[in-house]
Design a protein around this ligand. Structure first.
Ligand code: 3HC
Length: 689
């Protein structure tokens, strides 16, 4: 039962009731249509529609989008509501999004609670409003606001919705307020579809096209939404509604909408694995070892969510530096309006910074975020053993080092796990939770509990060099360097990957994080690297020449005066020279080949990660690549993208590369298995999963 109804006197009360957020599926649409007929048969004066629980309605049930649209269709239901002789009032008690907002727009009046939010975020799912949102919103709130709301998909708060004319009133109890509306006044309100469309405004349309292209590059839905709104300015209402519906149905079937829906549900499904039932450690007090950029970000994130935090440093100078780093983040929070002065003060009150490890003795969790050196980390874990309660959980934020080796320096390795944050740690959503060979369920459960507290997207990873994300990223950078040797230059590679959908290519990213980080990793790997593996020394030479990236003013690009990047022709000379030393004949490589090689390299590595049980599912790899590494969300993450190309086709392309270099391009057994058995990567189950 997803719609309930009853009448009192001549008022009908209809409640949208499909927990948890009243998504609109077939039975709710049918229930609404029945309610229209019921109100007319009963000859009611009005119908008040509201939502059960915390939401009015979160929009069309996106789980239905994979199949054909099912009758009754929402536009027809809303047409019936709008044309009924019994006027409907929307009492918007919580979020009214997508189809939820469209129900409200088709009502004669809208009264919202102060907590309500109204929006048409369909573009974030790769579609456009499909039940009148594009046509009704502009008639109510004007062209400019409707364009922003629909093309960018950002919901508005009740008071903003009132200010632009989308709703009539804000009341603490919108149902009661709707009941008190004068009947004659209600009868006089013109149905939305009868209002005139706004005047065409080429400048406004041009401006929103530019804004949407900049904010959502590569995405089709925002562009198509603007087209439909623009067409609606001169078409009769019903013709525009038809155009809107066909566009919605076409986009719903498209690759981008499938990918965005996949990400929407993957993000919500990212939780502790089923069966992990151990109780987590107490997280009311958390210690962070190291107040550098990463440690300060972690500490600030925990403080912002109300925890007590102790930051440990090795000496007084370290304490001062940590204090300055955290203070900078607090000041930024205040200047951006995320914190007011009293909030900032409360946050400082919850913070202790000390070089006495004993200060952290009663914390339930310690997160080590010190310098990336096995020696330093083992030393810290040894010290933590001395001061922490025996049931405290100890985590390392290492990006590459062996969590099992770090754990071995604790008397109780079962309480040690990896918690791999991404910088800036208080902003980036991904948290890799690394299970060591001896990590206990309790330690793991603590990692997942922390992710929930910090509103992060948790992904379970096994121990290997780089875990899930950095291992894929290392292979990406390795292949990019091979492209340099074979004929590309850094700006061509960056441009090709930006065209694929990354905000930045690998070389600009390298300059931002510092080239010395990759250098140190390669030195660490020297001892174990297969001597038959092709090795490109260009990135090493960059570091040896002091080209460390942005912080040095020069890296793969130059940054004159600390400003934006400028192409440096000397880099190309250096690459040509290295190719000459290596006896490589360079050739033209176009953007398509660059993209293909880099994406195939990542897919092959990721498939091995699945095969080795380092990641439990393709979906987890999608989350890591999108939330930690800027893989375009609208492509659904690396493995979803691979499935959309087709594993058989990927294997075919890999065979050509493998023939040229069987060491680098050894095809992953997971890909071969999927290709042979006609399976998608999404269906592949690792032994660990
Ligand atoms: N369809 C199906 N399921 C949905 C849904 C939707 N539109 N919106 C939310 N859900 C599910 C979630 O998957 C989750 O399920 P789970 O409990 O099994 O994991 C559950 O509802 C709760 O959702 P959240 O965890 O996201 O809860 P929050 O309280 O954090 O957020 C929300 C609530 C703000 C409503 C958020 O869920 C949201 O943004 N939903 C999507 C809104 C949207 O994009 N609507 C447009 C849909 S397209 C449309 O309406 C087309 C129309 O024009 C024809």
């Amino acid at each position: 039962m997803s719609v309930t109804r009853y009448s009192e006197g001549r008022t009908g009360f209809v409640t949208l009731d499909n927990p948890p957020v009243n998504a609109i599926g077939k039975s709710m649409r049918a229930g609404l249509l029945d309610a229209v007929a019921w109100a007319e048969t009963e000859n009611l004066d009005r119908v008040i529609v509201t939502g059960a629980g915390r939401a009015f309605a979160a929009g069309a049930d996106a789980r239905e989008f994979d199949g054909a649209a099912l009758e009754p269709f929402l536009p027809d239901v809303l047409d019936a509501i709008e044309r009924s002789f019994v006027p409907w009032i929307a009492a918007i008690n919580g979020v009214a999004l997508g189809g939820g907002a469209e129900i409200a727009l088709a009502c004669r009046m809208r009264i919202a609670s102060p907590r309500a939010q109204i929006g048409l975020p369909e573009v974030t799912l790769g579609v456009i409003p499909g039940a009148g949102g594009t046509q009704r919103a502009m008639r109510l709130c004007g062209l400019g606001t409707a364009l922003e709301m629909i093309a960018l998909g950002k919901p508005m708060r009740a008071r903003d919705a009132k200010a632009v004319g989308l709703i009539h009133a804000i009341e603490d109890d919108p149902v009661e307020a709707a009941d008190l509306v004068n009947t004659e006044e209600l009868q006089c309100v013109v149905p939305t579809w009868e209002l005139p469309a706004p005047e065409p405004d080429k400048a406004a349309i041009g401006a929103i096209r530019a804004k949407a292209a900049a904010r959502m590059p590569g995405q089709i839905a925002p562009r198509r939404a603007i087209d439909v709104i623009e067409a609606g300015l001169s078409l009769p209402f019903h013709a525009a509604m038809k155009l809107e519906r066909t566009t919605f149905l076409e986009l719903k079937e498209g690759e981008q909408s499938r990918a965005l829906r996949h990400m929407f549900f993957a993000e919500r499904a990212a939780k502790a694995p089923a069966g992990l039932e151990a109780a987590p450690a107490d997280l009311s007090k958390i210690a962070v070892v190291g107040g550098g950029t990463m440690g300060a970000g972690i500490a600030y994130g925990c403080l912002s969510l109300g925890q007590q935090v102790v930051v440990l440093e090795h000496d007084a100078e370290g304490v001062d530096r940590a204090a300055a780093n955290i203070e900078k983040l607090i000041a930024k929070g205040v200047s951006r309006g995320r914190l007011d002065q009293s909030g900032a003060e409360a946050l400082r009150d919850r913070l202790t910074i000390s070089d006495e490890y004993a200060t952290a003795g009663d914390a339930g969790l310690v997160i080590e975020a010190a310098f990336e050196s096995m020696e330093v980390k083992r030393d810290i874990f040894g010290k933590l053993d001395e001061v922490m309660a025996p049931d405290a959980v100890l985590a390392t934020n290492t990006s590459y080092l062996d969590v099992d080796q770090i754990a071995a320096s604790s008397r109780d390795p079962s309480r040690v796990l990896g918690l791999h944050f991404f910088a800036p740690a208080h902003i980036m959503r991904l948290l890799e939770i690394v299970r060591g060979a001896k990590t206990s369920d309790r330690a793991l459960a603590t990692g997942f509990a922390l992710a929930k507290l910090l509103k992060k997207v948790p992904v379970l990873a096994g121990v290997c060099d780089g875990f899930i994300g950095n291992r894929i990223f290392s292979r990406y950078k390795e292949e990019a360097d091979m492209l340099l040797m074979d004929g590309s230059n850094p700006w061509e590679v960056d441009e090709a990957m930006e065209a694929f959908g990354y905000a930045m290519g690998p070389y600009e990213v390298g300059d931002l994080s510092g080239l010395d980080i990759g250098y140190a990793n390669r030195r660490r790997q020297d001892a174990t690297r297969d001597p038959n593996r092709r090795y490109v020394p260009i990135a090493d030479r960059m570091v040896q020449e002091g080209r460390l990236g942005r912080k040095a003013g020069v890296g793969w690009y130059r940054y004159p005066g600390g400003g934006g990047k400028v192409i440096d022709p000397l880099i190309e000379d250096m690459i040509v020279e290295e190719a000459h030393f290596a006896k490589v004949e360079r050739r033209e490589i176009d953007g398509d080949e660059i993209r293909e090689r880099l994406v195939l390299a990542m897919i092959n590595e990721a498939a091995d990660i699945l095969g080795e049980g380092i990641a439990a599912s393709a979906r987890d790899i999608d989350l890591v690549t999108v939330f930690g590494y800027g893989f375009p969300r609208w492509r659904g993450g690396l493995m979803h993208h691979a499935d959309s190309i087709g594993v058989a086709q990927i294997v075919e392309k890999l065979r050509v590369l493998e023939a040229a270099n069987p060491v680098i391009w050894k095809i992953s057994p997971v890909l071969l298995d999927c290709a042979e058995n006609g399976k998608a990567l999404a269906e592949w189950q690792s032994a660990a999963g």
